[in-house]
Design a protein around this ligand. Structure first.
Ligand SMILES: [Zn+2]
Length: 504
């Protein structure tokens, strides 16, 4: 089976065939940099990061272009509110966006063009559209005339009447048709402006994405992505501008749109007062949890955010980490006998193979991440059962198959953008307290610079000593104190081990 992708333009799943062999060229609409992004905005970046990673897993080379809209009414308003220049506003929030993406573990785009650095390219297209009769000038403003472009409405599948009823259509006497949209806006007092053949002004929003995608990817590139709220008018207008300008189609081969987020069944909006900023969420929750929350639903479906679901997602992530911990612990502590017992690993070997097949089948079906995830969780369950059944006596074959299972879980989770088995970023304060507790236990004052792992291993061996000497009270007390620090002790056939539970 090969990859099939749902194309918003044709409203069906299509075989994915790239313009150039083994290469995917994609454009994802980026943020308007006037504010920190919220968790609803983050969905788009998480989804297209997963899509990019899957293309790479399939062996494609990927070039992704993502713009920054750094000239816009919202930026102008924000600059007045904060009392800083528009450039300062856009620089501040561009930096914040890149920081957020890094903290989220989203891979950077290959190109990050800024609208203000592509004014010349936009003016070229606007001039071309005027020449071809697709655009008209009204006293310093330039509008695209939608009635001149035959295919207008083909992406959103709406009639002109339906589009007119859309809330984002600005009615103005200057326009021939209310659906006509601004390519160039005459400068108002105190706003940023550039010289142009039509007078001082600035570009409209839609033209920037046409100019930048055509510049970096050329006509007929593979994928254009964004949230469903961008289908109309933004993407509809991008198609009209680009195809009218170049007298060619298609502008884009596959249009992909992610569903939107609600917060407890309500739209996440400033006016409702329920905005959760990504950077605030990531102070309390791990990126893996947010990714699992999103990827547990198909990317085109709407999704409702609740903190209960974040708890669930954290527990799911923890299940994977515990499985990997179990494997690693056995691999380091277990004694593997050199016995020729090949039969018993057959089941798990098959499960590993089956997991990859199921994963690929799910992802090939328009990136069905909920099914891909369930394949990974199924393997985790099989591994844990295998360990339960065999850990009392391990043979050399087990070692190989357990390593394979671990690598498969890590690898496939990574394709979805999850980063497992990362070192814990424990607060330095906690390390200091644990070190203090250890010194208290051994009755020493010396400043030993043990790291987190070392200090916990030392405390565990003190507890083991206490148990050997049948000093149950001391052993118990150590367990209780560690629990206060958030560390759990688990006794296994290979001795005790510690871990930090992820879900609280
Ligand atoms: Zn765009």
């Amino acid at each position: 089976m090969s990859l099939k992708i749902y194309n918003t333009l044709t409203r069906k799943k299509e075989d994915f065939i790239t313009r150039e062999k083994n290469q995917v060229q994609m454009y994802v609409c980026g943020p308007t940099v006037y504010n920190f992004i919220h968790i609803g905005n983050a969905r788009c970046y998480i989804v297209f990061d997963m899509i990019k990673r899957y293309f790479r897993y399939l062996g494609y080379k990927v070039k992704c272009v993502q713009n920054f809209t750094d000239v816009d009414d919202k930026i102008i308003n924000r600059s007045k509110e904060e009392g800083i220049s528009c450039e300062e506003v856009s620089e501040k929030y561009t930096r914040a966006f890149l920081e957020d993406m890094e903290n989220l573990g989203v891979e950077p785009a290959e190109v990050y063009p800024k609208a203000t650095e592509h004014i010349r390219e936009m003016q070229e297209i606007i001039a071309g559209l005027i020449n071809k009769g697709f655009a008209y000038v009204v006293d310093g403003d330039v509008y695209f005339e939608v009635d001149k472009f035959k295919g207008y409405g083909k992406l959103s599948g709406r009639t002109k009447e339906e589009m007119r009823a859309g809330e984002r259509v600005e009615v103005s006497e200057r326009k021939k048709n209310p659906l006509d949209f601004a390519l160039w806006k005459k400068a108002k007092e105190g706003e940023p402006w550039w010289d142009s053949p039509w007078g001082k002004g600035r570009p409209g929003w839609h033209i920037e994405c046409s100019a930048m995608s055509l510049k970096y990817l050329g006509m007929g590139f593979d994928i254009h992505g964004g949230g469903m709220d961008l289908i109309f008018p933004h993407h509809e207008n991008e198609i009209a501008q680009s195809e009218a300008y170049l007298s060619e189609e298609p502008f884009v081969r596959y249009w992909l749109h992610n569903g939107l987020l609600t917060f407890r069944e309500e739209k996440m909006a400033k006016s409702v007062g329920n905005i959760v900023l990504l950077r605030d969420l990531l102070k309390q929750w791990h990126p893996n949890a947010l990714k699992l929350f999103y990827l547990s639903t198909h990317y085109r479906s709407p999704i409702d955010f609740t903190f209960e679901k974040m708890v669930e997602a954290t527990k799911a992530w923890e299940r994977l980490e515990i499985t990997l911990d179990n494997i690693n612990f056995i691999l380091t502590r277990g004694r593997f006998e050199a016995l020729p017992e090949k039969e018993r690993t057959k089941g798990l070997e098959k499960a590993i193979k089956r997991t990859e097949d199921k994963f690929k089948k799910a992802m090939d079906d328009d990136f069905n991440t909920p099914r891909a995830l369930s394949a990974i969780f199924e393997l985790a369950r099989e591994v844990n059962t295998f360990i339960d059944e065999n850990q009392s006596r391990l043979v050399i074959e087990d070692k190989k198959v357990l390593k394979e299972a671990r690598d498969k879980i890590l690898n496939l989770s990574g394709v979805l953008g999850l980063k497992l088995m990362q070192p814990l970023s424990i607060l330095p304060d906690l390390v200091r307290k644990l070190r203090g507790y250890y010194l208290e236990l051994v009755g020493s004052e010396s400043e030993e610079s043990l790291n987190l792992e070392e200090v916990l291993d030392c405390i565990l061996s003190l507890r083991e000593e206490a148990r050997k000497e049948k000093d149950w009270e001391r052993a118990d007390q150590i367990r209780r104190r560690l629990k206060e620090f958030g560390v759990e002790i688990e006794d296994t056939p290979f001795g005790p081990r510690w871990r930090f539970p992820l879900a609280k």
